[in-house]
Write a protein that binds this ligand. Structure first.
Ligand code: HAM
Length: 458
């Protein structure tokens, strides 16, 4: 290295994003709303590792799905063990449910997990290689009531977060028996079309015909317009289950549309499947999706326990939320401009909208070595008593400290230098009224607590 040469900076891995402090408020808002709503419905949090044995995903999601075939971050560790970064949470939660016998007292468990997932897809707007999901799962109920309740809860969560205009699409994939009959019918349809499908679909025709509905190639989509649909071939029991799910949804006032082309990209589903979509994010239109997976617990070595769940993609949800927020601000702006013809905050497209960060209650500005050391102790004492306090750590000029205090939005500033320290006094400046008074230094924490409660009361 040549001395003085600038080192090349290291960038994040492609498709993996930092969530910067300006944006973190949005994430907290969504997570808090999710925890509140899920908690009200009786869900408890579970946290599973991001790394699992590769076999877990191959056996649950399916060997011939895009996720397992093309998108997994899979590798051998130093001991030669085949591992994978989780592409979703369901398989891990089922593994944990089985491993820890969470069914011992009762098979019923309502669980949720929030965290990062990893898929090696081609990154684009709304599609990343590390993304986050809010995932909810219910074990132990096979009746249609819980299917409807889950979708109702999902809609409620969207409302609580403040998102409108989302569409709930539902479908049924039948049970393995009715799917077997349909597979042959679909295979015959695909065979009759000869080689018109893309090479991937031709391969899917042999390995896993239902997956052709996942194909993004336009030509394949057009050919599938006239394909037979699974919903027309389901058995009596599956039909009755689906009808009951729809009835319950109507009773709950949850709006839905039946979309018989939803197959979902994972193999473990059966019966009810659903997706929440938006027409406002371009190609990546699915905000969330889920469905019933009654055979999976058994297939992963547990008892025969039915289960259903969904996951919401947090990046897409937040993107949509920011978009709506931007539009609201713009509408408000237009309104104000119309009335007063003064221009307000400018919110151009692509600009990150930041949630207001929390402003400190008090900022301590100090002048001199000794006062700064006392300020350091004071700030910890104030925080220890539950007050949000900030200070200058670097001994800047009073002017620059006041500028920082102002920028931070602090309600009060405490100012002291050598003189005040000697007289055991401190100046308190109310940043809102721009007035100043003197407080005794010795019971300052108590005084500030009193002022805090008076300020909150008013
Ligand atoms: P999924 O449909 O694969 O389902 O993913 C759920 C949501 O995660 C999607 O609707 C989307 O919002 C988000 N998502 C998926 N891939 C990406 C990506 N590359 N970038 C950004 N967001 C993405 C599942 O994962 C199932 N485990 C859901 C489930 C739970 N089924 C039953 N229980």
């Amino acid at each position: 290295m040549v001395i003085g040469e600038k080192m090349e900076s290291i960038q994040a891995v492609r498709g993996m994003n930092d969530i910067l402090p300006d944006e973190a408020g949005w994430w907290q808002k969504v997570e808090n709303a999710a925890r509140e709503v899920l908690g009200n419905f009786g869900y408890r949090e579970i946290r599973t590792p991001v790394l699992e044995k590769l076999e877990l995903f191959a056996r649950s999601i399916g060997e011939s799905t895009d996720i397992v075939e093309k998108e997994m971050y899979a590798f051998e560790d130093r001991n030669g063990e085949r591992l994978a970064l989780r592409p979703e949470a369901t398989a891990s939660i089922v593994r944990s449910y089985v491993q820890h016998s969470l069914y011992t007292d009762s098979a019923l468990q309502k669980l949720y997990e929030i965290g990062p997932m990893f898929r090696h897809e081609r990154p684009q707007k709304g599609r990343y290689r590390q993304f986050h999901q809010i995932d909810a799962e219910v074990f132990g109920i096979d009746g249609p009531m819980i299917d409807a309740e889950m979708m109702h809860m999902l809609s409620l969560l969207m409302d609580r977060i403040g998102l409108s205009g989302l569409i709930l699409n539902i479908n049924t994939l039948g049970c393995p028996e009715c799917r077997q009959t349909y597979r042959e019918i679909l295979k015959d349809f695909l065979t009759a079309k000869g080689d018109q499908f893309c090479p991937d679909c031709l391969r899917r025709r042999e390995t896993n015909p239902l997956r052709v509905f996942d194909c993004k190639v336009e030509r394949c989509g057009a050919l599938l317009e006239s394909a037979p649909l699974l919903i027309d071939y389901i058995c009596e029991d599956c039909r009755a289950h689906f009808e009951a799910v729809k009835d319950y949804l109507e009773k709950l006032g949850t709006r839905y549309e039946v979309n018989p082309r939803i197959v979902r990209g994972l193999d473990y589903y059966m019966r009810t499947t659903f997706e929440v979509i938006t027409d406002r994010l371009g190609a990546q239109n699915a905000i969330g999706g889920g469905g019933r997976y009654d055979g999976l617990v058994r297939d992963l070595g547990g008892p025969d326990v039915p289960a259903i769940g969904f996951a919401i993609g947090m990046e897409r949800l937040i993107m949509l939320l920011q978009q709506e927020h931007r539009e609201q601000v713009r509408a408000l702006q237009a309104n104000v401009t119309e009335q007063s013809s003064t221009s307000q905050v400018n919110v151009p497209d692509g600009v990150k909208i930041t949630e207001p960060s929390r402003a400190p209650f008090v900022f301590i500005a100090s002048l001199g070595e000794q006062p700064r050391a006392s300020a350091f102790e004071l700030v910890q004492q104030l925080r220890g008593r539950g007050l949000e306090a900030e200070m200058d750590y670097e001994g800047r000029s009073l002017k620059s400290q006041m500028r920082r205090a102002d920028k931070s939005g602090a309600r009060y500033v405490l100012i002291f230098g050598e003189d005040e320290l000697m007289r055991r006094q401190i100046q308190l400046r109310d940043m809102r009224t721009k007035t100043q008074r003197v407080l005794p230094l010795d019971d300052l924490v108590e005084s500030m607590l009193r002022i805090d409660s008076e300020t909150t009361e008013r």
